[in-house]
Write a protein that binds this ligand. Sequence first.
Ligand code: HPA
Ligand code: ZN
Length: 337
Amino acid sequence: PADEAFLRSLPKCEHHLHIEGALSPEVLFRLATRNSIPLPSPSSDPAYTSPTTLAQRYKSFTSLDDFLAYYYRGMAVLLHPADYEDLTYAYLARAHSEGVRHAEVFFDPQAHLERGVDFDTVLSGMRAGCAKAEAEFGTSTLIIPCFLRHLPADDAWTVLQSEAFRAAAERREFVGIGLDSSEAGFPIAPFEKVWRATKGMGLRLTAHAGEEGGAENIAEALRVGCERIDHGVRIVEDAELVERVAREKIMLSVCPLSNVALRVKKSVAEVPIREFLDRGVRFSINSDDPEYLGGYILDSYVAVQEAFGLSRDEWKTICRYAIEGSWCGQDRKDVLL
Ligand code: HPA
Ligand code: ZN
């Protein structure tokens, strides 16, 4: 069987990591002070008494929306390119120490824009953090801005049309776009125009689907052109769709610890890892929001191993799926394989 040293040594790729979700309670409090951003008063929410009480509160999320409220409030302490650079570098250093060789990192431009933080401030900071990590550790990195599905699609369209977005897309400073935030009650269909236009710009497409929403959201995401699905665990509700993603080699970026923390699943054992392996569904194992939802990528691999007792060959298959499903070039994949 595979032990922790083996899991650490595997050449891992992470495809589902929100950089804002790598903000630790300690850094959150420190940046709030440094950037003069007031946090909610402990009398309104005792979780904000100290980093320790905040970390404690993160252990009892009741739903995706309960988490998202803390996640959006937390990221308000991020203002300057250096804040994003430090956050990105710290994540990549940790990921490297856990055997991540290639990372594709999400950010939520609209959640920063609405606070007056430019697209370029976030992107340039993240790129600097990536460049430093690439030079130091040899990690390859890609960046993926995600649109927020709880906001009108018109809002995403405005970002897409902005000079900052178009210029960065042209320079290939990010590889594609994603869609995240609350899923239930927010279908992808209104974003179809945004998705088509993005594809026309030669960018890749993914979307969160089948996390708190059903398998029909996965089918919709594929209909509007997604090449990958983030989460996707509820796909097992639709046997035909399972067969289709296996046949078409569409990768799901699964986040087992997140699923448990947000009560999508009661335990890691309920995440359909066994079904995916048996039916040839390609997936990667990811941390989602490691500082909020229970751990980093190695914690996730260990939790899956504890729940499923996979063989070394099965782990090698999972890592091969992750490499092949990455959005880096074939030359980089050949090095990783
Ligand atoms: N789901 C939806 N939105 C998110 C998530 C998630 O797992 N993480 C950060 N934003
Ligand atoms: Zn996510």
